[in-house]
Design a protein. Sequence first.
Length: 121
Amino acid sequence: MQNEEGQNMDLYIPRKCSATNRLITSKDHASVQINIGHVDENGLYTGHFTTFALCGFVRAQGDADSALDRLWQKKKVEVRQQSNYMQTRADDRSSSAVHTSLPCGIRGNVKGSCDRAWYST
């Protein structure tokens, strides 16, 4: 509710899910709010971000990843976000190296198997 001056007078304003448009109540403890930072053509953070809120229902269904991807695909056109930044960064690296982060134990009995590593193909 707003007063005559346009100021908000409500004590609590519930959020809405960006994916389903459902109200996110105060008791929805599975809900999340994610800020996605905007980057320039060099990949540097510009200080601006876009906020998405996902309700617990979307997360429980396992659709949060696809919903967030769909929402960002629509939003990045509005904010003029570079869509090929990650591809150009990958092209800058040598084509024979792949950067991975594997869970512990995947590489066998190698010391430091939880560390990030560069593997040449």
